[in-house]
Unconditional design. Structure first.
Length: 70
């Protein structure tokens, strides 16, 4: 399965946290670098899908994408 997910990545003083949108359940990953957290969240998503199957997919996009300038 090759599927794309929107992933939120947050920078914190002690590293990064990432979580995907559009999946039921909790999938959160952390890492010391941006590259590490993306690798970790990718592994976590794969594990979540393998463990719980297709019923974990949300039916609709949970968040609308928007870009703004102020």
């Amino acid at each position: 399965m090759n599927q794309e997910f929107k992933v939120v990545v947050e920078k914190h003083p002690d590293g990064y946290v990432a979580y995907p949108l559009g999946l039921k359940g909790i999938v959160v990953s952390e890492g010391d670098s941006y590259e590490e957290v993306l690798s970790n969240v990718k592994s976590a998503i794969k594990f979540h899908i393998e463990t719980f199957g297709n019923e974990i997919f949300e039916e609709k996009e949970p968040v609308a994408e928007a870009g703004i300038s102020v």
